[in-house]
Design a protein around this ligand. Structure first.
Ligand code: PLP
Length: 433
């Protein structure tokens, strides 16, 4: 590999514009990455082009949203046609009913749907609905699972190990200064992938819902243990709680029907965002008709000026049209080649690592002897070592998240995978012990 890339121009633009934008970024999750936040001029297929003139192979994929890669022609065309028809009506448009029909046909649990604009927002709708239906307050939430940045749910997303209490009795750990501490009382925090603890907690009879990423993707890429989802569902039914799957990452990525189709467990309610519309701000809450209809008839408020925004709906339809079974077959071949290739290269380089997860979303954790089963396992990984590796990759033109997640799109074809594996080989040599 030739000279390392540099990112001086990005640093300059960020520094200049921090006069206007706090920290030069519009989401805290874009802060703190090495060598600093980057500024991009355009995206195309598997690539991003930054203000330093670098071409980067992108595995952020819009934090998981760009399942078709950057700027796919079908989505662009659908958006242009809708812009010509109008932007926002504060009324209904045929495009949103077409979008709704497609999702209801594709997602097993989706008898009814309501659209929103972000995953954080529809997570709130799900929590409110569960509390309204059951008349109970407590939501079971798992360590390491992330359901958005709002006060009532931003707890124990990535607690320091010594702050989260014992493994079998975790305590809520807030994610931000300024968070209302009393909101933690609405939650019961458990370790994920441990059925006995869910059964014991639900038996107290005060839980409105169990909320989870059905495959844990925010801290690792971890499958549910065999029988776990079925067991949680049975316990929910027995004790009168609802089961909510947060499919904001897994939706349209673990397959067209999401984690629920892949693992064969149909929750009462589920939420989607990210890949549903390949980068446009669309989110959805779906579920049993009798539950979702309560937004219309049961006095449960769900609002939003931009809900079912027609241009975003058109983008969603354009995205869904491209998410054919062939799309998943083709992209999965690339994803598996990449995932297994990385694992082999790290092994050859003598780097202890676990590469786990799925075809279009996997995770690389340094320093673990065994694949992680939950957040506590993942928290013991060598984050500093992986951060150095991710910087070495960036300097070789491959952009990956420092926390270990890799998102793959249909544009990450054999040629892109070859280039990536070459960079991985070179970066591994640099950071190997
Ligand atoms: N749920 C999960 C599983 C997520 O990964 C995220 C975001 O990363 C959210 C909810 C929040 O979605 P958004 O960032 O669109 O508000």
């Amino acid at each position: 590999m030739g000279d390392k890339l540099n990112f001086e121009q990005s640093a300059k633009v960020i520094a200049e514009n921090s006069r206007f934008v706090a920290g030069g970024v519009n989401s805290n999750f874009r802060l703190g990455m090495q060598p600093g936040p980057l500024v991009f001029e355009r995206g195309e297929g598997a690539y991003l082009f930054d203000v330093d003139g670098n071409r980067l192979i992108d595995y952020y994929c819009g934090m998981g949203a760009m399942v078709l890669g950057h700027n796919p022609a079908g989505v662009r065309q659908a958006v242009k046609e809708q812009v010509d028809r109008g932007i926002l009506f504060a009324g209904q448009a045929p495009v949103e009913f077409e979008a709704a029909r497609i999702i209801c046909e594709r997602i097993p649990s989706a008898e009814r749907i309501r659209f929103g604009s972000s995953g954080s927002e529809v997570a709130q709708a799900a929590v409110r609905l569960a509390r309204a239906v059951t008349g109970r307050r407590k939501i079971v939430k798992f360590e390491g699972h992330y359901h958005g940045w709002f006060d009532n749910i931003l707890w124990s997303t990535a607690p320091a190990l010594n702050a989260g209490g014992p493994e079998d009795a975790p305590v809520p750990v807030g994610g931000s200064k300024g968070q209302d501490p009393s909101e933690a009382e609405g939650l019961s925090i458990l370790g994920w992938n441990d059925l006995a603890s869910v059964e014991a907690r639900l038996a107290k009879g005060d839980v409105a819902a169990v909320l989870m990423e059905a495959a844990m993707c925010n801290q690792g890429a971890i499958s549910p243990a065999p029988g776990y989802l079925e067991g949680v569902q049975a316990a929910c039914r027995k004790h009168g709680a609802l089961l909510i799957f947060d499919e904001v990452i897994t939706g349209f990525r673990l397959g067209r029907g999401g984690a629920q189709e892949r693992f064969g467990v149909t929750p009462d309610i589920s939420i989607f965002a990210k890949a549903i519309a390949n980068g446009f701000p669309v989110a959805a809450i779906v579920g049993r008709a009798d539950l979702i209809d309560l937004f219309a008839t049961g006095g449960v408020l769900h609002g939003g000026t931009f809900n079912a925004q027609p241009v975003a709906m058109a983008a969603m339809i354009g995205t869904q049209n491209a998410l054919t079974p062939e799309h998943y077959e083709r992209s999965s071949v690339y994803g598996v080649r990449l995932r297994d290739g990385i694992s082999d290269i790290l092994k050859e380089a003598g780097i202890k690592a676990q590469v786990t997860g799925f075809e279009l979303m996997f995770h690389v954790a340094f320093g673990l002897d065994e694949p992680a089963r939950n957040y506590r396992d993942m928290a013991r990984s060598d984050k500093k070592g992986y951060s150095l590796f991710s910087l070495a990759l960036l300097q070789r033109g491959v952009r990956v998240l420092e926390r270990g997640a890799w998102f793959v799109s249909s544009e990450h074809n054999d040629d892109v995978v070859d280039q990536t594996l070459e960079a991985v080989r070179s970066a591994a040599r640099e950071v190997a012990p």
